[in-house]
Design a protein around this ligand. Sequence first.
Ligand SMILES: Cc1cc2nc3c(=O)[nH]c(=O)nc-3n(C[C@H](O)[C@H](O)[C@H](O)COP(=O)(O)OP(=O)(O)OC[C@H]3O[C@@H](n4cnc5c(N)ncnc54)[C@H](O)[C@@H]3O)c2cc1C
Length: 379
Amino acid sequence: MGGIASPASGSSDVLVIGGGLQGLSSAFQLAKAGLRVRLLEAEYCGRHASGVNAGGVRTLGRHAAEIPLALAAREQLWHGLADIIGSDGGFVPSGQLQVAENEADAIKAKARVAMLNGLGFFHEQWVDQQQVRELVPSISPHVVGGIWADRDGYALPYKVATAYRLAAEKRGVQIVEQAPVLRVDHQSGMWQASTAQGAFHAPWLVNTAGAWAADFAAQVGDPVPMVAGGLMLMVTQRVAPFVKPVLGAMGRPLSFKQFDNGTVVIGGGLRCEADASQRHAMVDLNRMPKSAQTVIDLFPHLRDVSIARAWTGIEGFMPDEIPVISPSAGADNLVHAFGFSAHGFELSPITGCIVAELVTQGTSTLPISAFRVDRFTAA
Ligand SMILES: Cc1cc2nc3c(=O)[nH]c(=O)nc-3n(C[C@H](O)[C@H](O)[C@H](O)COP(=O)(O)OP(=O)(O)OC[C@H]3O[C@@H](n4cnc5c(N)ncnc54)[C@H](O)[C@@H]3O)c2cc1C
């Protein structure tokens, strides 16, 4: 190994490890800021979570620390994506609704909205039974209300990933695929990423290797208790249009949406086993009926609709379910962005902006102290 390998020759200012959405949006924003960027991807861009997720553009239900980022992503980026990267990524501002199925759920929902209002956030609104009926006329009568986020929606993951990739390349980002980084070293102010295609060098390194990022973090002195886990989704055959917003439930893990073509994608935290070393997660059919039953409880007329297909993705989960978006605590000129714990699609456009700010200015205009890489070890 040694030297700069083809096909991506020439020097760069930043090496980005991982061509998921966090890496692609970081590469795009770094190049937009005038830096020469090379992105190293083990397989192909968007191959893992970023290309196969449920596409939920959701600010609703987030950890308080994530809300400023989620709102910035939605308002500054998702609603104007076409102007920024040349494609809207299939974004549909359908709104997202989390339904309360009983009085206990309703109390919880109202308390959450009041808590958010107390923090100065007004993007989630309590809606009563009548308002829920107006939003989703065919919903089961047992639903008593819900939380509504009117500017949320959904997009098509593979379209968003492709659009970010093309926009990044247009800005001069060199993407090297089939180049798994085997290790990283920092010597004399230069990072070296060793791959089977050769070694690549740059003064700055960005670690956006998704479910595999903790290995690199540990190598540079930033150990994190992240675990790789699998998530499943299933899609039904086509049914007549019955729901516009993306739906979730207060009391049970569920998220589903109906596309224009009539198919319904069902997920929402459906976990399965994953083998990160094999880069593979297995569909577990035994865990699927519960989610399908929740959908049927809410929409009894779907009782006889069949599931056409199911698939999985691998995600990095943090113990506190919020990501790491942080300068390294153990090494210079290194930024981490990983561990998005099943809700990083919506955040991905803003992650790139934050990473670019951290590299070019050493600080972020959005509050990111909750996402420090050393939060589990510093205490
Ligand atoms: C089934 C499913 C449904 C989801 N639904 C939603 C949703 O509705 N809304 C939402 O907001 N979020 C959702 N998520 C979460 C979201 O998809 C992820 O948080 C997000 O895509 C993570 O992006 P990433 O770039 O960190 O990771 P990834 O997309 O996994 O990208 C990491 C990349 O790094 C590469 N890599 C790994 N190791 C190396 C190496 N050694 N060298 C070079 N490259 C390497 C990988 O090949 C991969 O391409 C879902 C996730 C899954 C799996």
